[in-house]
Design a protein around this ligand. Structure first.
Ligand code: ADP
Ligand code: ZN
Length: 720
């Protein structure tokens, strides 16, 4: 080949052609460095016939600089990149960028320099130096990362390096991970578990595409079952990827993994240090990393020898990425397994309706674990009708729930209160004039966080200190909190049960694997009596002394017009209920609601999962919603409201007329202003068989927009 067509990271530029100099070897999948203007960029060599033709004559092509010392991307992975770009209507460059982990993982040397405190002191102390030294105690990272942690400039830290206060440490990013041992501590499986594990193991052995839906109640040992398949992969020298939803909560999983295989797995998530990221990426590409536990982005890594994919808590909505390439990792995982010809396990106690439907139609093999392991019973579930059993004035917990919490406290057992709302109160207003605090960048109220004394937007991160006076009428000390958030519930618990030790668990308080581990250790040691948490607490935890779960407001998720509102409420409540009674003592769940007769609440109280899924299936069928019909969205945004509106109408004017696709809009998107951008949206509702991506591509292809306009496509959207 003397001409190479590259996918490069810059989505706006599309594929570019280069000349391959005499004597240089590249092949499809090679990761190469190429000149672009005065700079050098990283790209991937692609098969020319799969990309649009180039018009640049041979003589004008610039020569490649050369390949990077990493293995070429395998054809299975290149097919996945193409499929993902195609299915989600995303630029192929944007997908390729996820594979190369934005390039940072593979560019540069295998050895990197990190720095840590040497124990020495600078000749001249400044407030900044002092702050940095204090903040970096026990840390080791690159200068840039340390600067971020300490909140000072890189220049300040370089000064400390020159003074010998920070000392260099060479980190070898090619050092191998210690080997896992398949037989380190194998459990004795129950007959039902053994049956399931056998299916997985033989599929790993057979090296064939086999999608499984592992549908088992919370605590039934789903994890134990798929770890047997991981063990098989280890024996065979093949790699396994385990995808998990909330990366902050993998600490418990990592420890469990270590207990089973003797070493922790390789982890992959967005907050890895650059040395960890580089080491993991290289080791995965070289085939040395045996088991990778990661967030959804781990799905696009260049495994040398993948033998199994597991998606745990597969129903979780956090597998859906909502910016950049808007993909659903659960679905892409199945496609990757298909391209790689390997088994994939979707594990859940509350599968998505789409997954159940795939099992029903025979595409997925559904395996069921009906009972909790070791005879632990599923908890008893009861509702509290808030219209009859009213909490005291200014409170949110009904007397019956409080009485049960008191009883737990007296017995030395734990209670868990679930409310999916961070902060103290969702809305803050002025008692004098009714002024409401709104985010300047988003269509959203600011949420009071009393612990950190901030008003914060949960969409864009905007924060301000609560002002002493109302910005509208000037009244002093006038702010009133409306409605409860977890912090307010924690305050209420402290008032009602002053001797109880209360822990608030949200992404504000448990925001790193270390903090998660701390929390788990405290809860396990019995140092916490009442846990108050958001959806972070609904999964993964296993606390034997936890015997009461209170759902503070089950109606919360049902508000708004979300297509999956009922399903999500069902999943969240069923998952959080599954935290109760996992040990020897039976568990109890109390659900506070104003609508005890709503189908989803009634099904939860009756423990009748089938009834819920049947009703929900029927509702979706009638609405033409997934899995019976398809939705897609086109979102047009700009920082300028008029520009966004005009662009939306420009698109609307070109609206195609297609038989089995209904096009709604443009209308202001549900968050009409988000992170400073005004948003309009089209919704497409199509028959399942319709080629909705082709319709969208044809529609948008020829349209031109001003610079500030962004048009993005969301296939199978989650937020409506
Ligand atoms: P799930 O993933 O279905 O929620 P887990 O795999 O976490 O269930 O199992 C629940 C609890 O039961 C865990 O503490 C696990 O260690 C234990 N357990 C499950 N199966 C076995 C087994 N065969 N032998 C020993 N302990 C088991
Ligand atoms: Zn905002």
């Amino acid at each position: 080949m003397n001409r190479a067509r590259l996918i490069i990271f810059n989505a706006a530029l599309g594929p570019l052609d280069y000349r391959v100099p005499e004597g240089m070897h590249v092949e499809p999948g090679s990761v190469v460095v190429a000149p672009l203007g005065p700079r050098q960029i990283v790209g991937i060599v692609w098969e020319a016939e799969r990309l649009p033709a180039s018009e640049v004559p041979e003589a004008k092509l610039r020569p490649l600089v050369g390949p990077l010392p990493v293995p070429p991307l395998k054809s299975e992975l290149r097919r996945l990149i193409e499929w993902t770009a195609d299915y989600y209507c995303a630029p192929i460059a944007a997908v390729a960028r996820m594979v190369l982990a934005s390039g940072g993982a593979l560019r540069g040397p295998a050895t990197m320099t990190e720095y840590r405190l040497s124990g020495g002191m600078p000749e001249r102390m400044t407030p900044q130096r002092e702050a940095a030294i204090e903040a970096l105690d026990g840390e080791q990272a690159t200068i840039r990362e340390l600067a971020g942690m300490a909140g000072v400039s890189e220049g300040v830290l370089r000064g400390l390096v020159n003074q010998g206060v920070l000392e260099p440490v060479e980190v070898d990013c090619d050092r191998p991970y210690p080997p896992a041992r398949a037989d380190f501590a194998a459990p004795k499986l129950s007959p039902a578990q053994a049956e399931v594990a056998k299916r997985f193991v033989s599929a790993v052995e057979a090296r064939r595409f086999a999608p499984f839906l592992l549908d088992g109640v919370t605590g039934s040992g789903k994890t134990e079952c798929y770890l047997e398949a991981v063990a098989k992969g280890l024996e065979m020298g093949r790699q396994t990827l385990v995808l998990l939803p909330e990366i902050a909560l993998t600490e418990a999983f990592l420890r469990r993994f270590e207990d089973r295989f003797g070493v922790p797995p390789v982890v992959w998530h967005s907050s890895l240090k650059s040395t960890e990221r580089r080491r993991a990426w290289r080791s995965i590409a070289a085939g040395q990393a045996q088991v990778v536990v990661g967030a959804r982005s781990a799905l696009f890594l260049p495994y040398a020898n993948l033998g199994l994919i597991v998606v745990d808590e597969a129903h979780e909505i956090s597998f859906k990425q909502d910016d950049g390439v808007r993909y659903n990792a659960r679905d892409v995982a199945v496609m990757r397994a298909r391209f790689e010809q390997i088994p994939v396990v979707l594990a859940s106690a509350t599968p998505a309706l789409e997954s159940l439907q795939m099992a029903e139609s025979g595409v997925y093999e559904r395996l069921v674990l009906e009972d909790r392991y070791g005879g632990a019973r599923l908890p008893d579930i009861d509702t509290i009708d808030l219209t009859e059993e009213k909490p005291e004035r200014g409170r949110w917990l009904a007397p019956r729930l409080v009485a049960q919490m008191e009883a737990r406290l007296a017995r030395g057992e734990q209670s868990l209160l679930f409310l999916n709302r961070r902060g103290y109160a969702p809305l803050t207003l002025c008692r004098n004039c009714g002024f409401r605090f709104e985010c300047p960048n988003c269509t959203a109220w600011l949420v009071e966080h009393r612990f950190s004394q901030r008003l914060a937007c949960h969409h864009c991160g905007h924060e301000t200190a609560p002002p002493p006076a109302c910005p509208e009428c000037g009244e002093l000390d006038c702010l009133v909190a409306c409605g409860p958030g977890v912090e307010r519930i924690a305050d209420e618990v402290a008032e009602i049960l002053p001797e109880a030790r209360v822990a608030v668990v949200t992404s504000d308080t448990v925001n790193s694997p270390e903090r998660a581990a701390e929390f788990v250790a405290r809860a396990e040691s019995g140092a916490i009596d009442v846990i108050v948490g958001t959806q972070l607490v609904t999964k993964g935890f296993h606390f034997p002394e936890l015997t009461l779960v209170g759902v503070v407001d089950a109606d919360l998720g049902l508000e708004g017009g979300d297509l999956r509102a009922a399903e999500r409420t069902y999943q969240q409540v069923a998952q959080v209920a599954g935290r109760a009674g996992r040990g020897e003592k039976p568990g109890e769940v109390l659900i506070q609601t104003r609508h005890p007769a709503a189908p989803v609440i009634a099904a939860l109280a009756a423990g009748d999962r089938d009834a819920f899924y049947a009703a929900e299936t029927e509702a979706r069928r009638q609405a033409g919603a997934p899995p019976f019909g398809r939705w897609a969205a086109i979102i047009v945004s700009s920082e300028d409201e008029a520009e966004a509106r005009e662009a939306a109408h420009h698109i609307g004017d070109a609206r195609p007329d297609v038989a089995d696709v209904a096009i709604l809009g443009p209308a202001p998107a549900p968050l009409a202003l988000l992170r400073g951008r005004y948003r309009y949206r089209f919704l497409l509702n199509a028959r399942r068989s319709a080629q909705v991506q082709d319709v969208i591509r044809d529609w948008l292809e020829a349209l031109k927009f001003p610079q500030g306009v962004r048009v993005s496509v969301d296939i199978d959207p989650y937020s409506f």
